[in-house]
Design a protein around this ligand. Structure first.
Ligand code: 5AD
Length: 360
């Protein structure tokens, strides 16, 4: 089994949807030509399931206030040089309306862990979005909550939930987060979200401080076991006012390799080419698609707050990153043979969207 060539390792991964830790290292260490074979294999797998299309999600960053103090994050509680903001329910609804007019059929409501928004408030926002736009999927990305909170939002009509696990190794989790944050709690949240019936997404940063090949392998095995509907990964990018200011950025090439591996492990997964990847590499979006990604999440926040939601330095939020510039996005992905699919873009195994899931 061992001593497979790079190409044999890729072929085996494609057939078995599995790999060993040493095969992961082989895939990360290959030369450019080898990696191109991996990317092409992952892309062909994506094409076979989704075609050469990209699903869009309109991202509304509705609050940059956060109770947590994650060492890597630019909106951590202790970061005192940023202007904090919260959008009102009314403002969030206006973003949804605008997104709908632009053609988006998924809105992602993302925020720091801001206790100002109670379950009741979010539920009424979700209900209003659904009332105005019954064919729009609502994705939440609001961090760790208790089961009742998640259940209430689901019952109000939320369809999907993104909660990156960040790392599937407890000790590494503790290197990235302060002691009051709990690895167990985060992992339990993911399980709860699935149980409730959300299409659930996990994910991690590539090249986060202290991360080893072994950690990455455990992340991949966690994904295989958890079998999420969505996986969000992007390179770690240092933010100058965080404890990790001096840490090196994650590698865009490693990110592409991992995108391809995730595609081959979980062929039907919804996999975004993230803003972080497009921030560190000018062609990150296109490279990500060519390595097997099939989702893009343009920024739909009110333009005046986009400057304030800076998880890392130099975050891109203009041009084709912004929801207003869909024609620019269409052109840039069109050049590499992709087109936008304006449907809701549910996971292929998620039958009929909302109808199939019992809400209370
Ligand atoms: N670099 C890259 N990604 C980051 N995130 C937070 N801070 C950074 C950073 N400095 C990611 C985390 C989080 C998601 C919303 O953004 O993985 O879950």
């Amino acid at each position: 089994m061992e001593n497979l060539s790079y190409k044999e390792t890729v072929d085996l991964l494609k057939e078995s949807h599995d790999l060993t830790e040493s095969q992961l290292i082989t895939l990360l260490d290959g030369d450019r030509q080898c990696k191109n074979y991996l990317y092409e294999t992952a892309r062909r797998t994506t094409d076979a399931i989704f075609g050469r299309t990209v699903y869009l999600r309109g991202l509304v960053e509705f609050s940059n206030i956060c109770k947590n103090d994650c060492y890597y994050c630019g909106i951590r509680r202790s970061h005192s040089h940023i202007t904090r903001y919260r959008l009102s329910g009314e403002e969030i609804l206006r973003c949804a309306d605008k997104g709908y007019r632009l053609g988006f059929r998924t809105i992602v409501l993302q925020s720091g862990e801001d206790l100002y928004y109670t379950a009741d408030m979010l539920c009424s926002i979700i209900r209003e979005i659904k009332q105005s736009h019954p064919d729009m999927a609502v994705t939440l990305s609001i961090g760790e909550k208790e089961r009742d909170f998640y259940q209430a939002c689901f019952d109000a009509g939320a369809d999907r939930f993104l909660l990156r696990h960040e790392t599937a190794t407890r000790l590494h989790y503790e290197q990235l987060h302060p002691p009051e944050m709990s690895y167990e709690h985060r992992m339990n949240c993911l399980k709860t979200l699935r149980e409730i019936g959300y299409q659930t997404g996990c994910g991690f940063m590539v090249g986060s401080p202290g991360q080893t090949g072994h950690h990455l392998y455990r992340d991949l095995m966690f994904i295989k076991e958890f079998h999420p509907h969505m996986v969000g990964i992007g390179p770690f990018l240092s933010q100058k006012d965080t404890p990790f200011a001096k840490e090196a950025n994650g590698s865009p090439n490693d990110t592409l390799v991992l995108l391809s591996i995730i595609r081959l492990l979980e062929p039907k997964v919804l996999l975004p080419a993230t803003t972080a990847l497009n921030t560190i590499a000018s062609d990150g979006r296109e490279s990500g698609l060519l390595a097997g990604a099939n989702v893009i999440m343009p920024n739909l926040s009110p333009p005046d707050v986009r400057e304030q939601y800076l998880l890392y330095d130099n975050k891109r939020h203009t041009g084709a990153e912004s929801a207003e510039a869909l024609d620019e996005l269409e052109k840039s992905i069109g050049r590499i043979g992709f087109r936008i699919d304006f449907s809701r873009g549910d996971h292929p195994d998620y039958c009929c969207g909302t109808e199939s899931v019992k809400r209370r």
